[in-house]
Write a protein that binds this ligand. Structure first.
Ligand code: PLP
Length: 239
């Protein structure tokens, strides 16, 4: 009783974001250092789903340039309100339905969640009219069949990777995964390791893996993109 329904707007003030970002930066750098990697090899993707554009602006002012959103419609609205943000890159990290592929290819700078040949074809068609005619994509891999509904199964990768690579307007850069939630971050490690092995097998350089509770383990296992929401913006808003 008396607990506020939503977090206060102060959570999106630049100073608060700056403070959290400084802490995250230190942890990212330490995890990279522990595993003999360079800080620059890891991109922090600020996951702004459900947060208002003020949160994105505050993060941008704090120096962040990569943002992750889950829903095409939500981001379409926010993108229009945001206006020009020079250098900002927007990543789609949520499941994408084929019927939203066209819009997604216009709105986002990169898609982390390709999981079918059909979706790849739709994105490819839509990407043809982008400036430059290329759209960077990753394939989402489902490493725990019982827990997640989206993503391609590892045994589907041979075929899917070939199909995506045959799309002239898609640039396949890597793999993405989201392990089941574990209290202990360490429990995510075998999933991250597996994704790294798969990426290596297919000669893919990028690995989108690790969230607020397990990004350090992900970096130790080779993550190039960590997707961090609550550790930066606080508890998510209900929409
Ligand atoms: C929401 C979300 C995140 C961020 O999760 P946090 O635990 O808030 O850091 C990362 N990746 C995906 C795919 C998400 O949907």
């Amino acid at each position: 009783m008396g607990a506020p329904e939503t977090t206060d707007r102060a959570g999106w003030r630049s100073e608060v974001i700056e403070q959290r970002l400084a802490e995250l930066e230190a942890r990212i750098a330490a995890a990279a250092h522990r595993s003999g990697r360079k800080r620059e090899d890891v991109t922090l993707v600020a996951v702004s789903k459900t947060f208002p554009i003020e949160a994105i602006r505050a993060a941008y002012e704090a120096g962040l340039r990569d943002f992750g959103e889950n829903y095409v419609q939500e981001f379409e609205r926010k993108r229009a309100e945001l206006g020009v943000l020079p250098g900002a890159r927007f990543h789609l990290i949520g499941h994408l339905q084929s019927n939203k592929a066209r819009r997604a290819a216009q709105l986002f700078d990169s898609i982390h969640t390709v999981d079918s040949a059909r979706l790849a074809r739709r994105l490819d068609e839509a990407a043809a009219v982008r400036p430059g005619g290329r759209l960077p994509v990753m394939i989402e891999v489902k490493l725990s069949p019982e827990e997640s509904k989206s993503g391609a199964a590892p045994e589907e990768l041979d075929a899917l990777i070939e199909q995506v690579r045959a799309c002239p307007h898609l640039e396949l850069t890597g793999l993405m995964t989201m392990p089941p939630f574990f209290e202990q971050a360490e429990a995510s490690r075998p999933y991250f390791r597996r994704l790294r092995e798969l990426a290596h097998r297919y000669g893919l350089a990028q690995l989108s893996m690790g969230m607020s509770h397990d990004f350090e383990v992900a970096i130790e296992e080779g993550a190039t993109h960590v997707r961090i929401g609550t550790a930066l913006f606080g508890p998510r808003q209900t929409m």
